[in-house]
Design a protein around this ligand. Sequence first.
Ligand code: ADP
Ligand code: MG
Length: 700
Amino acid sequence: MTFDSFLTTDIKFLKGVGPERATALANELNIRTFSDLLNHFPFRYVDRTKFYKIKEINPDMPFVQFKGKIVNAEIVGADKSKRLLAEINDETGNVELIWFKGIKWVAPKLKPNTEFIVFGKPTSFNGKINIAHPEIELASEENILIAKKLQPIYNTGEKLKSRWLDSKGIWKLQRTLVAQINKNIPETLSQEILKKHNLISREDAYKQIHLPDNHEMLKQATLRLKFDELFFLQLRLLQVKGIRKKTYSGFIFDKVGNYFNDFYNNHLPFQLTGAQKRVLKEIRQDMGTGKQMNRLLQGDVGSGKTIVALMSILIALDNGFQTCIMAPTEILANQHFKNLSKLLEKTNISVELLTGSTKQSERNSIHEKLQNGELKILVGTHALIEDEVQFFNLGLAVIDEQHKFGVAQRSKLWKKGISVPHVLVMTATPIPRTLAMTLYGDLDISVIDELPPGRTPIKTVHRYYAKHPQVFQFIKEQIQKGQQVYVVYPIIEESKHMDYKNLEEGFELIKKNFPEFKLGMVHGRMKPKLKDEQMKLFAAGETKILVATTVIEVGVDVPNATLMVIESAERFGLSQLHQLRGRVGRGAEESFCILMTDYKISSDARTRMETMVRTTDGFEIAETDLRLRGPGDMTGTQQSGILDFKIADISKDAQLLQYTRGIAEELLKTDPEISSSENVPILFELNRIKKAKPYWGRIS
Ligand code: ADP
Ligand code: MG
């Protein structure tokens, strides 16, 4: 039998399956072939490697296994108090077994003077050790061998269970199959990698994952299978990245000239942080080499990404190219425009803004100045990617808040230039490194992991609704000190109606409590113009309290706002809470965030509150978020299917991910086409994966 025909054999041909169980396996577990079954991994193991002597057993032990002979078995009581009692002993003592249910199945099995294997939870009753509803099996040689294993536990389904395919039944199938894999599983790694990294063969890994000889072998098998998943993913992503780098050569920005130097020497309003300098250097190197830059710039809210973007832009200008910044919302685009204009105020560099609300006459003039190359920096929203927007020579595109833009939109930007521009993607939603490496595995990553000096960390507390009076008092004090306050309400699609009602009621309540202050309100149902007006009033300090939904999540910058109260905080995700909190703490004054919830919240919600109170580090928060929600819920990962790991767990296997990436990089360095005879197994597996998961290459 060849590899392929073994692994792709229809599951119904496995001994013990047949057509009916095969249908149930397909329907409930998506298992159709031998390969599918082998890749249905246990989710945990029960350690039954040890047989105890009866005298060693005490009621504090969780589960025990021992061998013994039935001395006596009888059914006592009647009706509801009917039970089966059996006394079993070995040479060191005896134990009582007891059944209240299933008596008519068990009783006939309990032959006297026959040795059994017993597994169950010991308890103490009337000074005697006793085990209720133990698992019990004849102590045949075969059963002893099996019993002494680490026993895998599998997911299964209701229909399967009714066809005797509970976890134990699945295990039995696995054992039947494992007994048949005699050199039928192809090796997917090279001998060199196997040796160098001390990995067991893929075939052994499958055998050991389902039927481990011992703890050590189980560890080896798990490692090997995770290794494969992560290694091939990284290899694929790096390959895509390599192909793109080869296909698109980038503009070479090798000059640092007047624009940059003048700004750096005369107009930079502060000293760059170490992290900003480092990141800027990475960007400069990227753009200077002739490669096309595709870089993800991660940095927490307030870490100072704007200045890095601007200085990258100045390098592009020094090399004679145009640039643009694209933001996901009009508010954000406005903010960028305002910031850049201010920073560049004393230079002769012009910046223009293009959004949906730009007037036609202005639009025309912008189009013209873009096409003749006069305009060097264009800031805008999606309006930038409309067809009539044509650049003279777009050299660098900065994209803010990447996840709000689709892949298609990004590639549309590429088509604007004479060649593909350098791309710098900025995100303030920290993505754990592991996830970033996977999701954006074909992008290079820079991280600003240091805040500008002089910031006082935001103080965060969690309060129950009963504390509303005190919270209102605190709001009052802040405003009397001259500060401003956000009060945030959740609005989610599923309960929109109720949520809006709560928002309105909240607004009324605050109005009643603070008749002396001017209030504002913003939410998603408002006309953009009205929303803008409200934002402006708040930014100008005219309104003191802004009642809002998450529309204020990104980019709004009002340094005078020092307090954020988040109502029903348990209904927000961690990343969202973090993002919201970033709206305060932007000025010199100490800032506060109060998370309001009911007394009764889920334990996950409590962890979220505790995390927010404990730390302001976006990356730590993102790691916790990943752990709580799992990768499936993280931004953009659902559609890509890229995180459908069978055995690896991105939130736990970060180190292995990093390690396999290194090995994949090394491989591509020494054998870029993966064409050496040594690496044939790798090429084979890679091609198989490409066929099975073609979308991998298209995620960014
Ligand atoms: P974000 O990364 O959230 O976009 P910004 O670029 O808006 O952050 O910067 C936040 C604030 O910090 C801005 O007011 C900016 O002027 C200021 N800032 C940025 N870098 C520094 C620095 N190195 N030293 C002092 N202030 C800085
Ligand atoms: Mg910003």
